[in-house]
Design a protein around this ligand. Structure first.
Ligand code: G3P
Length: 229
């Protein structure tokens, strides 16, 4: 897979208006600037429609938010691994809480991403789901309790036990997969707490895309990861 450095911050733009079209590129460029300035790995996941625009405008890693487990061909309205790779993505989120897939489809997406040399980041809602995801041998698993997503209540502080249990269960399955946590991550302290719980970084969305000062926020978050590589 393309080499990603950890700890990492992955920014999911979802379909937020504040992160659509030109605004997606602007937020991605800020992420690139902070990544360069601090040396911390920061990746962005814009909407499919913005993938090419963003990937051509920056040099930090770009993820798709979703791929469908279908080959190129007669699949109208689907998004293939081949298409996101061609658009410049280095990997894709799979099974995000807002874009759930069947187990067999998650497995298929992970396999297709690997065959294409792309990074697979499988999302899971709790520790049990996370260890099941890890057993599919993706590159990264992100645990995100759905009830905290978009609330501003950080999983790393409100439900630290979910994160530690996830790390424990996954480590029984494999040492290889990287582990992130997400949901409600809003401030630098939440990022630091996530690392202390044994993760390799965070996946976040609303706090960054809706921030009054996204650059300042990201600089402070990245600052907490400095020296932890
Ligand atoms: O993929 C990131 C995510 O679901 C968490 O969203 O807005 O709580 O950071 P948010």
């Amino acid at each position: 897979m393309p080499t990603l450095r950890f700890p990492a911050i992955i920014l999911n733009f979802k379909t937020y208006r504040e992160a659509t079209g030109e605004a997606a590129l602007t937020l991605a460029k800020i992420a690139e600037k902070i990544s360069r300035e601090t040396g911390v790995e920061i990746a962005v996941a814009p909407q499919h429609i913005d993938l090419h625009r963003v990937a051509s405008g920056i040099s930090i890693p770009v993820f798709a938010q979703h791929v469908d487990p279908v080959p190129p061909g007669g699949y109208t309205g689907h998004v293939t691994v081949e298409a996101v790779k061609e658009a410049g993505a280095v990997g894709s989120l799979v099974n995000h809480s807002e874009r759930r897939l069947r187990l067999s489809d998650i497995r298929e997406c992970v396999a297709k991403l690997r065959e294409s040399g792309l990074v697979s980041l499988v999302c899971a809602g709790d520790a049990v789901e996370s260890s099941a995801a890890a057993a599919m041998n993706p590159d990264i698993v992100a645990v995100e309790p759905p009830e905290l997503i978009g609330t501003g209540i950080p999983v790393s502080r409100a439900k630290p036990e979910v994160v530690t249990e996830t790390v424990e269960r996954i480590r029984h399955v494999t040492q290889r997969v990287r582990i992130l946590c997400g949901a409600g991550i809003s401030g630098p302290g939440d990022v630091e707490a996530a690392l202390k719980l044994g993760t390799d970084g965070v996946l976040l969305a609303s706090a960054y895309v809706k921030a009054k000062d996204p650059e300042g926020l990201l600089r402070e978050m990245a600052g907490r990861l400095l020296g932890k590589t």
